[in-house]
Design a protein around this ligand. Structure first.
Ligand SMILES: [Fe+2]
Length: 183
């Protein structure tokens, strides 16, 4: 067994979750996926094989930006955002990168699990196993553009957009404008 992750040091944002049991479930998901993973150092985990930028600062930036959006929604529009759900989902949505990727000869590649399952499936599976509410599991499963459906909750939509926004800072714009009529 590997030494456990120093989760609070890696993701100090977990302390912003008011519900202590939810915060400990978030950490438990990361710790279990960490033990399942091939990684010796979490610092080596990149955003993806295409985006060779460390995952940790990306993940933390997404959570911090989501909170900033929530603060503006509340301050200017009186729109309430569930911050516990926002932070918990933001911390969990990419946790399964630990098992979706492996490192071979210094190269980050898809693992057997990463080839067999869609991105974030294992994060959502572990989250359910550890008693994370279903609404947060839904955000985890729908957070990526490759997901079959779009997040239904406000918290999920905020995370979806800020995740893409952060990619603009660390990689570049992946989106192009397409003219179409849709409802
Ligand atoms: Fe992701």
């Amino acid at each position: 067994m590997k030494p456990a992750l120093d989760f609070q040091a890696l993701f100090p944002e977990v302390k912003l979750i008011q519900d202590a049991s939810l915060a400990s479930r978030v950490e438990a998901v990361w710790q279990e996926l960490w033990q399942m993973s091939d990684w010796d150092s979490i610092d080596s985990l990149a955003v993806s094989p295409e985006i060779r930028y460390p995952h940790l600062p990306h993940n933390r930036a997404v959570v911090e930006m989501a909170l900033a959006v929530a603060a503006s929604f509340e301050r200017f529009h009186g729109v309430k955002v569930d911050r516990d759900a926002l932070v918990a989902a933001g911390l969990l949505q990419d946790a399964s990168k630990l098992v979706e990727y492996t490192i071979t000869e210094g190269e980050m590649t898809l693992s057997a699990l990463g080839r067999a399952y869609p991105h974030s499936f294992w994060a959502a599976h572990m989250a359910l196993k550890h008693g994370v509410p279903e609404a947060i599991c839904h955000i985890i499963l729908t957070h990526s553009p490759q997901a079959a459906t779009f997040p239904t909750s406000l918290e999920g939509k905020i995370l979806y957009y800020v995740d893409q926004l952060d990619v603009l800072a660390i990689h570049g714009d992946r989106w192009r404008k397409q003219l179409m009529i849709s409802k």
